[in-house]
Ligand binder design. Sequence first.
Ligand code: ADP
Ligand code: MG
Length: 309
Amino acid sequence: MVSEFSLIDRFFKRQTVNKSVTQGIGDDCALLKIPQGYELAITTDTMVENVHFFAGSDPYHLGHKLLGVNLSDLASMGAKPLAVTLALTVPKIDENWLQAFADGFFALAERYSVDLIGGDTTSGPLTLTVTALGLVPSGQALRRSTAQPGDIICVTGHLGDAGLGLKINQGYDCKQPDPALKRFNQPDPQVEAGQALIGTANACIDISDGLVGDLGHILQQSQVGACLDWEALPLSTEVLTYIENTGDWAMPLIAGDDYELCFTVSPDKVQNLTITHTKIGVIESEPGLRLNKSGNIQPLEVKSFEHFS
Ligand code: ADP
Ligand code: MG
């Protein structure tokens, strides 16, 4: 049986790679130097068994997803990931589970040179929390509150693939299930895209709870409205087939877990965009969210997943 301390040493303590980390795992606090001209961006996300993931989920996927969702929050503000802490509550010490979880976690951490610099380990119902720290040039972070009427609304990647992954887990029969399942199990945060949007985008958010809800946050905080163009939405063949089979055309608008970025750009800066994107609508001064579906403009209720409703 491994003790709490040898567990941390064995599974989580690795050589740090960032020189601004002056103390990693092992003391009461970690220490970080913040370079001149940068602000520290800080975010926390928790994943609870049976709330955010199914009991028995592959621990490699959980390690990847837990870090991925946190890096996605850094990406949405244009921050470069630097370091993370990990609070791990596990019902028992299962070495195979911990090894696979750490493998998934560090595979993504290494891709973005993120150091794990501390955390906490406790026993209880499986609950996974990461706090992520990133650096963003002072005063330049991308916010939710700064969209302007006339801005073009854009997204990275495809919408609804992770939502389709969830439907597949719940029994939907998809001919090509693997891409959607990968998007659901191991979302790839748009880390480079977020940083590339600094200085060009007016507002940005990552799509964790569905486009309608998350764009809704931009609209509320910027005190604007928007009209989306249904025909312009970037949908994969599998999602289009799902809609054809089920009639559930709203799924890619409301399903969560895509972790793409939704951002707004003023029309005169659109040509400065250096990242792959799709234009899906326009910010308007009239409040509310509308959908143009084949020339028929209908209101969309701005609603996203809430834990206590
Ligand atoms: P303390 O009791 O002083 O809070 P701990 O005994 O909880 O310290 O942790 C010892 C060291 O191991 C600390 O540096 C802490 O940040 C780190 N640590 C504990 N759990 C984890 C974990 N799950 N992942 C990474 N580091 C951890
Ligand atoms: Mg402790």
